[in-house]
Ligand binder design. Sequence first.
Ligand SMILES: O=C(O)CCC(=O)C(=O)O
Ligand SMILES: [Fe+2]
Length: 330
Amino acid sequence: MDERSELPVIDIAALVGGQGNRRQVAAQIDRACRQWGFFYITNHGVSAALERQLEEQSRLFFSRASADKLKIAMVRGGRAWRGYFDVGGELTSGVPDCKEGLYFGQELPEDHPLVHSGTPLHGANLFPDGMPLFRSAVLEYITALSELGHALMAGIALGLGLDETYFARHCTGEPLVLFRIFNYPPAPPDDHSWGVGEHTDYGLLTILKQDDTGGLQVKSEAGGWQPVAPIPGTFVCNIGDMLECMSGGLYRSTPHRVLNRSGQARLSFPFFFDPGFYARVGPIAGLAATPSDGHERWDGASVHDWQGIYGDYVLAKVGRVFPQLQQAVL
Ligand SMILES: O=C(O)CCC(=O)C(=O)O
Ligand SMILES: [Fe+2]
């Protein structure tokens, strides 16, 4: 059987100003979110030239000497939580991940109210010296993917039977957007270190660009692991904890992990489109109640009945994933 055949590939042209029926697209997204919490999107409208430039510049950056990359180490990003981390520097599920990477976010000036007030995860990015094309590609990509995030959330609202503007009005008027670029070295055959260990994402929606290497796996409803094989021209979307919570458990924040067994380096570009830092999040009234299906989550937590400020949720996670940054951020 084709490994990728079960995860749906959804043509979202109608959500990004193209031809098609928005309600039909929304219904496909709704089905995918209930069954998998994962789906591919095509015809997403993001420029292929921009994607190529981002990928080329990222490869150039990671090929630099370690000391050079460490000039923009995350410890220098302080409360904004930006910059470079070395292999082993991130602990997604309690053990060091086998990847290096860069953290970016919306580029905000010092006098922006969210920065001025000292809100964690907001501020200026750290860019490497002498790579103006990298800087422009990252910033353009963040702008394009933020727009795509709004369009997809409109589709998700429709799929849930809500007004298209529901999320924009309640929690993503000023979304928290985080953009990461990861480089996974190939794992030796006798080494079982995870590129990223089993985890779920924190927020609403993750939009992932991956190169053609492969290695991402998603947990199916039945509990087996299935590869999320690269498909050219697509992004992989997945639901995070906040959407599982807001949908009263109708949508699944599905565990996933990465193991790079390809023998070559793998690049991935996850973009996280999440509620604003101060947005109050909780189950949406009127959606079908959660069936108590006895699913044990990977971290033993229950997000269905969680309520609160999204920033509090994300900061608690950040502390566990980057212990050395906890003091700078919290
Ligand atoms: O690199 C990938 O394919 C996935 C990364 C991921 O799951 C994450 O950053 O949350
Ligand atoms: Fe993830």
